[in-house]
Design a protein around this ligand. Structure first.
Ligand code: ATP
Ligand code: MG
Length: 556
């Protein structure tokens, strides 16, 4: 496939192709405009891949612009996390990071321009009255008694707002458009409000802050954005976007195009809801591996490539949709199946004692890191008289379908020998404590000489050479597909979304780097937790299982 063919095609790229062909633009300039009021989530990744992806493919530019007009809800921790997440996803913004707050002076002058043109006025109705006067979808709004103030009076009052002469809620600046418009956003929208709040970029320089609809279009125009891409809920706001730019003196008039948001089953995607999960300590933080945040997915073991691949697979349309959680998982599974080295771990250990194996011997076995990628090499795995196996890999009795260890029968230990279970020891509660076995010394890397067949292969870890580890197994954070539709989404959390196990890993894993994925043979894909793990006390996160067991559960 040529590079051009590998590019995704969607209605936005078609618009861009047409604009370039018609000479409307000679280059493409997009932007990703997060509000720094939370951490980025997988929905933002869709927007990031779209905006930065277009810039990459068209040799254009994409700005990272913080849409920072709500100082009370924003802070610098969010700014830093967003920069980090965008970079981690593999993208670099053009030039310096931009902030809407960089333009506060210019925005103020544009507001003055609107006032001078008789297109904006200082409102002194209370916020409740403003709401009342606005009307509804079926009823037109009512004009404010302050609507027809003179330009001079408005200029003086706006200056008074700026210099702290009004308390919050006492006055605001409104555009003078049309109180009867069928688009409620055009019913004299508020452009500026009074807020005595310290801003993370501008400190206490301002006590009036511009509203999103006024700020966004002007910021786009000042940055020379050609295509301003946002989600469908801003469709009506496009009228206001264009009205503002049509009525002030800006260098260019970018065009806004809307696409549908990403919704993912079994999770919530709004920052407000995610923030609530964090602040009510229903999760361990924004980067809890169960969160749909970029930092959570990263901590869980998702790779940037897998998230970009996911965004490519879901595409960009105007249709509202709900994506199955399994499609995100299959992207990381495909990546790790190909690229993750194999290793052995036992999550729920029971001890095997191989009675005919010398007690003081430790044998180093050479085991391939990947079954079909020889270039990934091999590693040394210690074998000894005592090994751990998975409790569920042994049964006292079983039919032929059970291809693991059964009392009196044989099984192969992966990369090592064939063993036979001879007898077991139980504690007073009836729980098996030890399985005594014998091994066939002539089966290392080859089948038994007498031709008998040993079908099952199980994984194991040496008792004396293995290392203890905690394993965190994650499941859906919510027990219903669309928690946002619930009256209280915190009531439908999945109580089993995190299960902790304590077992052992082969010693080579003490050198595992955080976030780097391994396939633990027969168990799934795991990575070292980037927060709670240390070489002395290993913690592994299960990124995803080996197969999509969820689809089967759903079907049943
Ligand atoms: P939230 O509702 O989660 O708070 P937001 O839209 O308020 O999201 P912003 O920080 O304003 O968050 O979003 C930055 C950009 O990311 C916007 O252009 C927005 O349209 C886009 N975006 C946000 N959520 C999604 C999503 N679920 N799918 C696609 N794009 C999204
Ligand atoms: Mg927003």
């Amino acid at each position: 496939m040529s590079e051009a063919e590998a590019r995704p095609s969607n209605f936005i790229r078609q618009i861009i192709d047409k604009d370039l062909a018609e000479g409307k633009h000679t280059s493409v300039h997009t932007r990703f405009p997060p509000e720094p009021n939370g951490y980025l989530h997988i929905g933002h990744a869709k927007s990031i891949c779209l905006n930065f992806g277009i810039a990459q493919d068209y040799q254009g530019q994409c700005n990272l612009r913080f849409d920072d007009t709500n100082p009370e809800k924003e802070n610098i921790e969010y700014v830093e996390s967003i920069k980090k997440d965008v970079n981690w996803l593999g993208f670099q913004w053009a030039g310096e990071v931009c902030y809407s707050s960089d333009y506060f002076d210019q925005l103020y002058r544009y507001a003055v321009e609107l006032i001078e043109k008789g297109l904006a006025y200082v409102e002194e109705l209370t916020p409740e009255q403003i709401r009342e006067y606005r009307g509804t979808l079926t009823q037109p709004g009512k004009e404010s008694p302050y609507r027809d103030r003179s330009v001079e009076e408005n200029l003086a009052l706006f200056e008074k707002m700026r210099s702290g002469g009004f308390q919050e809620g006492e006055a605001c600046l409104r555009a003078k458009i049309d109180m009867a418009s069928s688009f409620i956003v055009l019913r004299d929208p508020v452009l500026y409000r009074v807020r005595f709040a310290e801003h993370h970029q501008t400190g206490n320089q301002w006590c009036i802050y511009p509203m999103y609809d006024f700020t966004h279009c002007i910021s786009d125009a000042l940055e020379g954005i050609t295509h301003s891409l946002c989600t469908l809920e801003f469709q009506d706001n496009r009228r206001l976007y264009d009205w503002v730019l049509d009525n002030i003196t800006v260098p260019c008039h970018p065009r806004q195009y809307e696409f549908s948001r990403l919704n993912l089953e079994y999770t919530v995607m709004s920052k407000r809801k995610l923030n609530q999960l964090v602040s009510e300590q229903l999760v361990s933080g924004w980067d809890d591996p169960r969160m749909p945040t970029i930092s959570g997915l990263r901590r869980r073991g998702f790779t940037p490539a897998s998230i970009r691949e996911f965004c490519k697979r879901i595409g960009v349309t105007k249709q509202d949709n709900m994506i199955e959680f399994g499609s995100l998982e299959s992207c990381i599974r495909d990546d790790l199946n190909e690229n993750a080295p194999r290793a052995m771990a036992v999550l729920d250990p029971v001890k095997i004692v191989i009675e005919n194996y010398a007690a003081d011997t430790v044998e180093m076995l050479d085991v391939a890191n990947h079954p079909n990628q020889p270039e990934m090499g091999s590693r040394q795995v210690a074998f000894s008289r005592e090994v751990w196996i998975e409790r569920e890999d042994f049964r006292e009795e079983a039919n032929k379908k059970y291809k693991r260890l059964v009392l009196g029968k044989e099984v192969r230990l992966r990369g090592a020998y064939v063993i036979k279970a001879e007898r077991i020891e139980k504690d007073s509660a009836g729980e098996i404590t030890t399985i005594y076995c014998t091994y066939d010394p002539d089966t290392l890397g080859k089948n038994p000489a007498d031709g008998r067949k040993v079908k099952g292969v199980i994984h194991w870890v040496s008792v004396s050479q293995g290392v203890p580890a905690e394993f965190r197994l994650y499941d859906r954070l919510f027990s219903v597909a669309n928690p946002a539709a619930e009256e209280d989404f915190t009531q439908v959390l999945n109580p089993d979304s995190l299960i902790r196990k304590h077992g052992f890993v082969e010693a080579s894993l003490t050198e595992a780097q955080p976030e780097f994925g391994y396939q633990f043979e027969r168990l799934g894909y795991f990575c070292v937790d980037n927060r709670d793990s240390s070489p002395e006390s290993l913690v592994f996160n299960r990124t995803v299982g080996l197969r999509d067991t969820w689809a089967k559960i759903e079907a049943a």
